[in-house]
Design a binder for this molecule. Structure first.
Ligand SMILES: Nc1ncnc2c1ncn2[C@@H]1O[C@H](COP(=O)(O)OP(=O)(O)OP(=O)(O)O)[C@@H](O)[C@H]1O
Ligand SMILES: [Mg+2]
Length: 253
């Protein structure tokens, strides 16, 4: 499908990101289309997490704007903001579970924030999402009682509890062994294919990028922006940029 005829879910328009006086990203623009898995890749420090935090509204750009379903994330009024917030889920780099809460309490957190959901329904939604990530039967465990892979899956269950149309993942496979990481990638693909969820995944792990990405953008710290965009398999063979070729043709450990 050519990009012009596709349904745009997120439009990043000329954003400049400045943190503590340092310009991290300059005049960055790209689109995310409905139902795709877009991977934001690049070396450590290239600004991947900073970009994601600008898109979800945690940080504000000094120039440019971010539209989610046509609404300016940083200019939205309170009710628009609540709608935008309900339309996406986020899995942070660390998993982000609260240590003092059980798995089911952690998973239910977004429900407390947004909706006045009756107890019975809340329990059912939590149970469904934990089953989806194969954590059913572990509802009453604390995060410290889970393995790294289980914690990531729990973060995913929580990100999905409101059935968001968009999911953001920051380094979903960081710190996981290759087998667990591949399992998480399969879960991501199953959710994307099964529910049509649009996904933005920050990653620098080649195996994962090649396994899940429909399309990638590559950030570069010196350029303060995007140096490549497209199908990772094509870029791997046909990019004319040495930085892109080197990144995509590293040997997978
Ligand atoms: N809250 C912050 N305040 C000031 N500078 C920051 C902040 N967060 C990130 N930076 C800077 O922005 C740059 C990009 O950081 P970022 O975390 O986006 O990198 P990254 O591509 O996600 O790297 P990694 O792959 O290691 O997670 C770095 O130079 C970092 O020091
Ligand atoms: Mg990061």
């Amino acid at each position: 499908m050519n990009n012009e005829s596709r349904d745009v879910v997120i439009s990043v328009e000329g954003i400049t990101a400045r943190l503590e006086g340092n310009t991290i990203l300059e005049n960055v623009s790209f689109k995310v289309f409905r139902g795709e898995i877009l991977v934001i890749m690049g070396r450590s420090g290239s600004g991947k997490s900073v970009l994601m935090k600008h898109i979800i509204g945690l940080f504000s750009p000094v120039e440019g704007r971010v539209l989610i379903n046509g609404i300016d994330v940083h200019k939205a009024d309170e009710s628009e903001r609540a709608n935008i917030r309900r339309s996406f889920g986020v899995l942070f780099q660390s998993g982000g579970l609260l240590g003092s809460m059980t798995l089911s309490e952690n998973t239910a957190l977004p429900l407390e924030e947004h909706n006045d959901v009756p107890d019975g329904l809340r329990e059912m939604l939590v149970r469904m999402k934990l089953r989806l990530v194969r954590l059913d039967g572990h509802e009453n465990l604390l995060p410290s009682e889970l393995s790294g892979g289980m914690r990531k899956r729990a973060g995913l269950a929580r990100a999905m509890v409101l059935d968001p149309e968009i999911l953001f993942f920051d380094e979903p496979s960081a710190g996981l062994d290759p087998v667990t990481s591949a399992e998480l990638d399969s879960t991501i693909i199953n959710i994307n294919e099964g529910m049509g969820t649009t996904m933005i995944v920050v990653s620098h792990e080649l195996q994962s990028i090649m396994g899940i990405a429909h399309r990638v953008i590559m950030l570069d710290g010196e350029e303060k922006g995007i140096i490549a965009e497209g199908d990772p398999r094509e870029l791997m063979h046909r990019s004319s940029d040495a930085r892109v070729l080197n990144f995509l043709n590293r040997r997978v450990a």
